[in-house]
Design a protein around this ligand. Structure first.
Ligand code: DPP
Ligand code: ZN
Length: 844
């Protein structure tokens, strides 16, 4: 397969002035007519032009009205052009009903929809399908469906047709079309300059009762972007459509966002608190793209983090404002460590701005998105909030309507602040998670911290230069008083010391507060000091972090030394759980153990080969011991954290329910599931129903409820995804592969639906001890299913290959089993470019 390089970038030789498209919809034979006005740029020497095109049947082509015969080549066509401005017309035929890759124009539950990012538009018609080619689009849709939607504003409609015009020039990846017999949840929003905007969430009939929350989230997002970033909406209408079959979470098409139905549909009966929070964040994310992505887009796909890192950063700010800032930060760090750290420290490591790819769909990664957002967080911390605002204003002023690069982005910060960001830029080009080793020294009232940074080699990058690392540090006295409030130390060298004078005694340092940089801190410290920080740190993030470190340490000693759970840590946990002055959501997070995969990584980092079964046993023993320690107080705690009154998906209620759910799972270990069964019966919302079911199933006591759950919800696809996933997630290590196998034979299993496939296979990969069971059955099952799916949907297949990325952590027997499966996938005839690239990189 061909490899594309950042260094090879060349602008397109033509301007695209206007695009007119007509769609004559038919499931197996949709006709797409395009009429595109091209004009050669001054310096365009070659009058021949190349247009991308894939899986298209060319019916006819004309230039300035005269038929032409382009040369059809792999991936597109080449045609002679007059050398002056001209009109290109083409008619192609496509087959949306046969499109299981869910890229381009496809059908989902009887409706037509599109997904064009990154390179799907070329499956709709011949076009220069690259983000730096921007144009205005006019679209006519002809079809029998009652609702016919495209980007921009509606310009006319009648029986069987509708027309749309998008006045804002955009790249083809933001094109969208939807046609279906849909119903809407309507609303309106008045922008701060008084523009009245029509809002709609379009869904299949039956789902209209699940739109209200998403609509509120949309209006909050529109308001927030005005208040915080000064960004107003710019069309007369904003449409969101829910689609059942979708490879990703959602897509920010101009004026017509298309959502995976799991990321927009919500009701108290069918959605958990976590679903509500995620839906609010994704609605915000896609809406915020209107400025960071659409009005200012990417020059090429290597710059993907220009829009994604910034938009993730913006949606995190939004969630922090709507809910709890420290809780959001802790959740984000948990997710970063679960998804981005393994990527950054394994064979798939790549910088936030990659410099090469074979298939760009393989780079919609945690590194591009989440680390991309972390980099912006560091930038903001380094320049300060006011300078960040100034730089962003300049970014919007200077680059509105343009397709930009990371260099453009950093230049606005340099111009707004006068600061040289050349060293900071390494964050965009170097892969790998930096290690920061800390040592300390105290003498005569003077305390110093010395930091040494290094980044292990990553594929193609054996040596790394020191980066700029902002370290937020505070100092505490041994009685818990804050001696020095948080200040940001700028680490720029490989080794650097910072001194604090005038201290009466040796302080306790609180380092990397708020997780001010995506690094791994290495510091020799004691459990006593961790316990002190867990009890006293004034920074909530580091308070949680201290508890997380204690949790990790006790599991490590349980696994490596056969030790019992650390009593001091159990005591500290007990105190915290009972401390009603603390936010329940925070307490729930402190009570949530580090993942078993994370423990495996920690062991590996310390030179111990992780045994997944032993890690599982340690987790079970710990939870059982904690339950026993809390035995007398659990019923009271359970009662005290039960939320009364009607369900509200707000942060307070959610936090309380999260804590209540943790307590229920401990209680279930002692009471045989009595309380959980009662909760299951009484629950009027999915959060509590699901928590009760999960507790019972983990106690291997949930068969009756699982069947009842199935009977109740079998007609609700999204709830059924939960049911499928939970069976696998709760299965014992030696049963997980069997449970997953049986589920793939279930009547409701549908490989073509990415949500359902991920529910089963994603849960298998997430059941650490089950997936890595010594039999190899987990590896084998996943590989078989990936091979079967690759034919149908390369993008989702390739993505799920990442389940194997940590394979070098494990013992040689497991590595050998995994290698067999990876090689089997790679040897599959007709394997997609997507999956081929992923498996090759993992194997390297
Ligand atoms: N651009 C999309 C998003 O991030 C990816 N499907 O939201
Ligand atoms: Zn995005």
């Amino acid at each position: 397969p061909e490899t594309f390089y950042l260094k090879d970038y060349k602008p397109f030789g033509f301007e695209v002035e206007t695009v007119e498209l007509t769609f004559k919809l038919a499931p197996n034979s949709t006709r797409v007519l395009s009429k595109i006005r091209f004009s050669p740029k001054d310096n365009a020497a070659d009058p021949r032009f190349f247009l991308h095109g894939e899986a298209l049947k060319l019916i006819s082509a004309k230039i300035d009205g005269a038929p032409v015969t382009p040369e059809l080549i792999a991936g597109g066509l080449i045609c002679d052009t007059p050398g002056t401005p001209f009109t290109w017309e083409a008619e192609v035929e496509i087959d949306p009903a046969a499109n299981t890759a869910l890229e381009g124009l496809y059908m989902s539950s009887g409706m037509y929809c599109t997904q064009c990012e990154a390179e799907g538009f070329r499956k709709i018609t011949y076009y220069p399908d690259r983000p730096d080619v921007m144009s205005t689009f006019s679209v006519r849709i002809e079809g029998d469906e009652t609702v016919l939607l495209s980007n921009g504003n509606p310009t006319g409609s009648g029986e069987g047709w509708a027309e749309w015009h998008d006045p804002w020039p955009k790249p083809a990846y933001l094109f969208a079309l939807v046609a279906g017999d849909l119903v809407n949840h309507p609303d309106r929003f008045t922008t701060r300059s008084g523009k009245d905007v029509e809002l709609n969430i379009w869904v299949r009939p039956g789902d209209e009762g699940k739109c209200a929350f998403g609509m509120e989230a949309l209006k909050k997002s529109m308001k927030w972007d005005e208040d915080v970033y000064g960004r107003e909406y710019d069309l007369d209408i904003f449409n969101i459509v829910a689609v059942d079959d979708f490879n990703m979470g959602a897509m920010e098409n101009k004026g017509l966002n298309i959502f995976n139905s799991s990321c927009v549909l919500a009701s108290p009966e069918t959605s958990t608190d976590a679903n509500f929070e995620r839906i609010e964040a994704i609605i915000a994310h896609e809406y915020f793209h209107n400025w960071t992505g659409n009005r200012i887009t990417c020059r090429d796909w290597f710059q993907l983090c220009l829009k994604e890192g910034l938009t993730v950063f913006r949606d995190a700010q939004f969630t922090a404002d709507m809910r709890s800032e420290p809780v959001k930060r802790i959740e984000d760090v948990i997710a970063l460590r679960a998804r981005q750290f393994p990527e950054d420290n394994g064979p798939l490591a790549h910088p936030p701005r990659p410099e090469q790819f074979q298939e760009i769909n393989n780079f919609y990664t945690a590194t591009v998105y989440e680390k991309g957002a972390e980099v912006i967080g560091m930038l903001k911390r380094l320049v300060g909030d006011d300078n960040y605002d100034k730089a962003l204003d300049l970014y919007f002023d200077r680059h509105d309507g343009q397709a930009c690069t990371i260099e453009d982005w950093l230049r606005v910060f340099e111009d707004a602040t006068g600061r040289d960001l050349s060293q900071f830029k390494l964050w965009y080009s170097q892969a790998g998670t930096p290690r920061v080793k800390v040592s300390e020294d105290y003498a005569d009232g003077s305390y110093s911290l010395t930091f040494e940074q290094s980044t292990p080699p990553t594929p193609g990058q054996p040596d790394k230069a020191p980066r700029v690392i902002p370290l937020a540090v505070g100092l505490l006295a041994t009685n818990g008083d804050e001696l020095r409030a948080t200040e940001v130390l700028e680490l720029t060298e490989a080794k650097q010391s910072f001194t604090f004078d005038g201290l009466a005694s040796k302080p306790v340092p609180s380092i990397l507060r708020e997780f001010s940089a995506p690094v791994i801190l290495e510091r020799e410290t004691t459990n006593a000091e961790r316990a002190f920080l867990l009890a006293h740190d004034t920074d909530p993030f580091n308070r949680w972090e201290a508890g997380n470190a204690l949790a990790t340490e006790t599991r490590v000693t349980m696994v490596t030394e056969g030790a019992a759970p650390d009593g001091a840590y159990l005591d500290a946990l007990e105190k915290l759980v009972r401390d009603d002055t603390l936010d329940p959501a925070f307490r729930a997070l402190v009570l949530s153990p580090p993942s078993q995969s994370e423990i495996a990584q920690t062991l590996h980092d310390r030179g111990v080969t992780p045994d997944p079964q032993m890690i599982y046993d340690a987790a079970e023993t710990f939870a059982q011991t904690l339950a026993q320690q809390l035995e007398t107080s659990l019923p009271r705690l359970y009662a005290a954290t039960t939320v009364d009154g009607p369900y509200q998906p707000d942060a307070n209620g959610a936090g309380l329910r999260a804590l209540n759910g943790r307590i229920l799972s401990l209680l279930t270990r002692l009471d045989g599931g009595e309380q959980a069964a009662r909760q299951y019966q009484a629950a009027d919302n999915m959060t509590q129903q699901y928590a009760a079911l999960a507790a019972l199933m983990k106690a291997e006591n949930g068969e009756k409820q699982s069947q009842a759950f199935f009977d109740q919800w079998q007609n609700d696809r999204l709830v059924m995804d939960k049911w499928f996933a939970l069976q696998v997630a709760c299965a014992a290590p030696d049963a997980a592969a069997k449970v997953a196998t049986d589920l793939t034979r279930h009547a409701l299993f549908d490989m073509k639906n990415p949500n359902r496939f991920r529910a089963v296979m994603g849960a298998l990969a997430g059941n650490h001890a089950g997936f890595h069971h010594a039999s190899g059955a987990g590896y084998q099952l996943l590989a078989e299913n990936l091979i079967a799916l690759d034919n149908l949907n390369p993008q989702t297949t390739a993505r799920m290959c990442a389940a194997f990325q940590t394979w070098k952590r494990y013992d040689s027997a497991r590595q050998a089993l995994i290698r067999v499966e990876l090689e089997r996938i790679l040897a599959t005839e007709g394997l997609s470019r997507d999956t081929h690239e992923m498996v090759s990189r993992i194997l390297q």
